[in-house]
Design a protein around this ligand. Structure first.
Ligand SMILES: *Cc1c(COP(=O)(O)O)cnc(C)c1O
Length: 365
């Protein structure tokens, strides 16, 4: 058993290095740092954890490849997963191709229309796409139902830190490599820890992935940024921790966007990967204990940050990650000179360029 475990860890380490492309750089964003300096030339030093450089363009692969290996070891021939924006579906289909596993991705009919290019990528990678009437929550419920009917053969591959135990802990474990690398890289760079770590929150896997390593370091501020969409008062947002109430959803208790009767509400954000009405139970706990702080930015602020990073650093961030970057606008003026800020750049944003120009047609000249 011991030997088998060690072999498994070695196999995962090789895949993370040669397939996923880890470790990802901790990049000093010099022009962004200068942009946020005050009139006295003072301001925080801003670093980006480059999860956008992972295979398939986001942090999702860290988890997908590891869980696909577990499925293989458990002798499950069939992997089922649900995807909303399609990023998790693509990562899972790719990992299953590599490991020769049958893969079925459940997707809501509404999302399939909006994310047609990801549907093509999933099919190209050899997976089947099963259409479920509705949106992501309907697709998740259907994927879980299929899995439970077929436990001997199927493995349900969760994309994020939600769902029944042990899904949230398992995904957090596989994503926590982001924070472990960040600690080591910070030590090499400036001989210390980050002072502030910032991440966007959809359901919480990239945030917990970078936070987890630092939860015990009281001096490290953990800042989560949720999507305020059209504004918190508009009712069209995805700010679960900021405005939600405790509920039970997909097998776990956490904050949840719900109406007076406890019906789950739809979530909106220009960052399609942030459109989830729930949030991981462990992040809910970090809110309740006060160990992490949570803020929101609107669609407009995220679109500005998307353009700003593209123009200043030549890095196009995922619209989801642009939410974390947008919060720098409020955060930076409050920080002492040379504060070390690490922003988790959770993914790359080529996929969002058409969406950007839908919102900012004047720039398309
Ligand atoms: C899916 C996704 C997110 C949101 O999911 P979390 O579980 O909250 O990390 C954020 N950024 C990118 C690039 C994504 O693909």
């Amino acid at each position: 058993m011991r030997l088998r475990e060690e072999r498994g860890e070695a196999e995962l380490a090789i895949a993370l290095r040669d397939y996923v492309g880890r470790e990802t750089p901790l990049y000093f964003a010099e022009r962004l740092t200068n942009y946020y300096k005050n009139e006295n030339g003072e301001g925080p030093d801003i670093y980006l954890k480059r999860e956008d450089l992972n295979h398939c363009g986001a942090h999702k692969m860290n988890n997908a490849i590891a869980q696909a290996m577990i499925a293989k070891r458990m002798d499950r021939q069939r992997v089922v997963a649900a995807t909303g924006a399609g990023q998790h579906g693509v990562a899972t289909a790719a990992a299953c191709a590599k490991l020769s596993l049958d893969c079925t991705i459940f997707m809501g009919s509404e999302d399939m229309e909006k994310q047609a290019s990801n549907v093509f990528l999933i099919k190209l990678l050899g997976a089947q796409v099963t259409k479920v009437e509705g949106s992501f929550k309907d697709a998740s419920s259907e994927a879980i139902r299929q899995w439970v009917n077929d436990l001997e053969v199927s493995y349900y591959l969760t994309g994020t830190v939600v769902g029944p135990h042990p899904c949230p802990s398992m995904v957090r474990e596989f994503q926590s490599i982001i924070g472990r690398e960040t600690r080591r890289q910070a030590m090499e760079r400036w001989g210390g820890r980050p002072d502030v770590v910032v991440a966007c929150i959809g359901s919480g896997s990239n945030a917990l992935g970078i936070f987890h390593e630092f939860v015990g370091d009281e001096g490290v501020r953990l800042v989560g940024v949720e999507a305020a969409g059209f504004g918190l008062d508009s009712g069209r947002h995805a700010a679960t921790l900021a405005t939600g109430h405790v509920g039970v959803y997909h097998g776990a208790m956490s904050y949840l966007l719900q109406d007076q009767e406890g019906q789950v509400l739809g979530a909106h954000s220009v960052g399609v990967g942030l459109q989830y009405p729930g949030v991981g139970p462990e992040l809910s706990f970090l809110k309740d204990t006060g160990r992490a702080e949570f803020h929101t930015v609107t669609d407009e602020e995220a679109l500005n940050a998307y353009q700003l990073l593209s123009r200043l650093e030549g890095i196009i961030p995922a619209m989801e990650a642009a939410h974390a970057l947008a919060y720098l606008e409020k955060l930076c003026p409050t920080l002492p000179d040379s504060t070390k800020v690490v922003v988790n750049c959770s993914g790359r944003g080529d996929k969002d360029a058409p969406l950007f120009f839908q919102h900012r047609p004047a720039l398309d000249a």
